[in-house]
Design a protein around this ligand. Structure first.
Ligand code: PLP
Length: 368
């Protein structure tokens, strides 16, 4: 570990690539010779407008966003986005479908019921959110305004490895926790949104890719606050009001770094390696360590696991030992307990390798 740093397995906000932090540090007090920090700049200044324009261009290039889609860079996190979706997308329809495969999808679904009817196209709560049912088990309504899914459930460690096929109904994705970890099929979606604090920058803003038929305001409810309006954001180049300037700048640096490394294919390869090592160690432990998620639905980003059937004393020992080796924030979400390793882009492969090592060491200790 570089001096003074630890390997940070936090589920978000989470580890940032050191190179990005160092670049931000270099530019902190005097951005490119203009005598001030980006933090101090007017968002209408020439310098900041260039930062925002470059960030948008890099988002388009890296994610392959079709040219007629709007790129929205909005203040607030994914919660504000899933709260805004029914307000912007229900239109004259009163119902929308939700594929609920974890706690975030569940929260998004609840929000829809404030303005219309959020229908459960599937709900895996009965399996404790450890599965993704086949399409034949989804109850899709062809009259729904949209179908919402959460591409990666951060708390439960459940990830779609494919874009769900929902026929002609507009598809909406919460990609907060696997954004920028693999190539995505933007054109199969009407709206993709992601809070950026996992894989693309600090907390404080979200990125959205919006299909033109939802950018013209035709499906916006009258009660939609201007602040939440996709049309207003799109028409004003994400500058209707003061954006999260500094966060946007750091995201821009992260995007430049991503481009330099080879784009999403690079992060995808890293994620496959990191998660493969960890699942390999868990599955090789004869059930002493256990990941409850069905193999085909396992997340490459968040790996929840229990030790010896959820033995809290052993889990505490594991977390304490991990900390001694500079492996931080491996505790599970407060609602599910156990352990959870989040393997976002900012966590280097060298760090991810150490958890399987600790797992094997833990097994040896018990066997001896
Ligand atoms: N959706 C997912 C998948 C998340 O992981 C999170 C936060 O961790 C959210 C939504 C909520 O995001 P925020 O806290 O930025 O509102």
């Amino acid at each position: 570990v570089p001096q003074g740093r630890v390997y940070n397995f936090s589920a978000g906000p989470s580890a940032m690539p050191l190179e990005v932090l160092e670049e931000v540090q270099r530019e902190m007090v005097n951005y490119k010779g203009c005598g001030m920090s980006v933090m101090e700049m007017s968002h209408r200044s020439k310098e900041f407008m260039a930062i925002a324009a470059e960030a948008e261009k890099n988002l388009r290039d890296i994610f392959g966003v079709p040219s007629d889609y709007k790129v929205l860079m909005m203040q607030g996190g994914a919660t504000l986005q899933f709260s805004s979706i029914p307000l912007n997308m229900l239109g004259s329809k009163t119902k929308a479908d939700y594929l609920v495969t974890g706690q975030w999808g569940e929260k998004a679904h609840k929000e829809c019921n404030k303005y219309g009817t959020g229908q459960l196209a599937c709900n895996t709560k009965g399996t404790k959110f450890t599965t993704i049912p086949q399409k034949s088990e989804w109850k899709l309504d062809p009259e729904a305004a949209y179908v919402h899914y959460c591409a990666n459930e951060t708390v439960n460690g459940v990830e779609f490895s494919y874009t769900p096929d929902v026929d002609t109904v507009p598809l909406v994705a919460d990609m907060s926790s696997n954004f920028c970890s693999k190539p995505i099929e933007v054109s199969k979606h009407a709206f993709i949104y992601a809070g950026i604090q996992k894989n693309l920058g600090p907390a404080g803003m979200s990125v959205g890719f919006l299909r033109p038929d939802f950018a013209d305001g035709s499906k916006e409810l009258k009660i939609c606050p201007t602040y939440c309006s996709f049309k207003t954001t799109g028409d004003n180049g994400s500058m209707y009001n003061t954006p999260a300037c500094f966060t946007m700048y750091v995201m821009g640096e992260y995007l430049k770094y991503t481009k330099k490394l080879g784009g999403l294919a690079y992060w995808a390869e890293q994620s496959d390696k990191k998660s493969g090592l960890l699942y390999g160690a868990i599955d090789g432990s004869n059930g002493f360590y256990n990941c409850p998620v069905e193999k085909t639905a396992r997340s490459r980003m968040n790996v929840p696991f229990t030790i010896n059937g959820g033995d809290e004393a052993l889990e505490k020992k594991f977390l304490d030992e991990a900390k001694k080796h500079k492996l931080y924030t491996l505790a599970g979400h407060r609602s599910v307990g156990g352990c959870r390793a989040s393997l976002y882009n900012g966590l280097p492969l060298e760090g991810a390798v150490l958890v399987p090592v600790l797992i094997v060491a833990g097994i040896s200790l018990v066997l001896l």
